[in-house]
Design a protein around this ligand. Structure first.
Ligand SMILES: [Zn+2]
Length: 335
């Protein structure tokens, strides 16, 4: 459990203590806040046979041993997967109706260890409509001692029928001080050198203030370097399209979000002056050069293009074409 989840944890353990834990909980909030880890900890606490006085799993009992080995028969974990027949490099990932039917059957059986039966659905927004409908009945009449935990960073993509049958548990980004303290304590193993406070702050900005995403960002500087090279190609006499193939090696949404940061920094420099604060401080000089030449109307069209792709990010596309297209639009801002 992470330090910024204390409130949510005491809320849940209070309900557990008084046996008022709801049968379905929707854990939601930005990416990179550790919601899935929280769900796993809650499942462990519920399934542990001798929890501690503050309702943490003991880590020693038979249940805890099975949980540590990921073989507890009363814990069912679902996440989006590719269809078995798919051969695509970037297949559409989803939680399908067959997965849900199998899950519901298991939840209807009696518990193997006499306690709760728990299901965790990670990235619940990837439930197909049929799968979501098939889950409704179990959400309505789950049977005794069933706990269903749905985890998502995109609540609005879940059908209202699902949302309304769950108790909502919201996770918010911690304040910067707490995040920086946590990043300082946890950066070793991710970066060879001790990073400066400024670098950590920078990573938090890129991660929209989510500490785990910031840590992830520190791990994946290579991706950021390629994106920076692609976005500054026009001011360094290189061809941005040369980077399109390389970008297909990284998560699509991360690249789209990265491009969005470049676009919003450019808009800020153009509208608020060249000294205004921006997210991508380390590329300020290149961004200033770009801001001098960029056509604002085309910039807004570029942002629309990014938004469209972010909204439809679960649809599989030819990623090389997508990056070529976007990089061309980006380069065309300057003509
Ligand atoms: Zn235990």
């Amino acid at each position: 459990m992470f330090p910024w989840q204390q409130t949510q944890w005491s809320q849940m353990t209070q309900l557990l203590k008084t046996e008022r834990l709801p049968h379905a909980i929707l854990l939601y909030g930005n990416q990179g806040l550790g919601k899935a880890d929280f769900a796993a900890s809650l499942a462990n606490a519920v399934l542990c046979q001798s929890p501690t006085s503050d309702h943490q799993a003991c880590g020693l009992c038979k249940s805890c041993q099975l949980l540590a080995a990921s073989t507890h028969p009363d814990l069912h974990y679902l996440k989006p997967s590719a269809p078995a027949t798919s051969r695509s490099k970037n297949p559409v990932l989803s939680i399908r109706i067959d997965d849900i039917r199998t899950l519901c059957e298991k939840l209807n059986q009696t518990s193997q260890y006499g306690g709760f039966r728990v299901a965790i659905l990670n990235h619940a927004e990837q439930l197909t409509l049929q799968a979501a409908n098939s889950l409704l009945k179990t959400l309505e009449e789950p049977g005794k001692n069933v706990l269903i935990l749905l985890v998502t960073a995109h609540t609005h993509r879940l059908p209202v029928t699902i949302r309304s049958r769950c108790q909502l548990l919201r996770f918010t980004v911690p304040d910067e001080m707490q995040s920086l303290r946590w990043l300082k304590d946890n950066q070793s193993g991710y970066s060879e050198n001790q990073l400066t406070e400024k670098q950590l702050q920078q990573s938090l900005k890129f991660a929209f203030a989510s500490p785990l995403s910031a840590l992830n960002y520190l791990q994946k500087t290579e991706h950021q370097e390629i994106l920076s090279a692609a976005m500054t190609a026009s001011v360094s006499n290189k061809n941005s399209l040369d980077y399109a193939a390389k970008l297909t090696n990284y998560p699509k949404v991360k690249t789209l979000e990265g491009m969005m940061i470049w676009a919003s920094d450019l808009a800020k420099l153009q509208s608020c002056g060249f000294d205004t604060a921006i997210t991508n401080e380390q590329c300020r000089i290149e961004l200033q050069k770009l801001a001098k030449k960029a056509n604002q109307q085309r910039l807004y069209r570029f942002v629309d293009q990014l938004n469209f792709n972010l909204l439809h990010s679960t649809i599989a596309v030819n990623e090389q074409l997508l990056w070529e297209n976007l990089l061309l639009s980006w380069d065309n801002l300057y003509y």
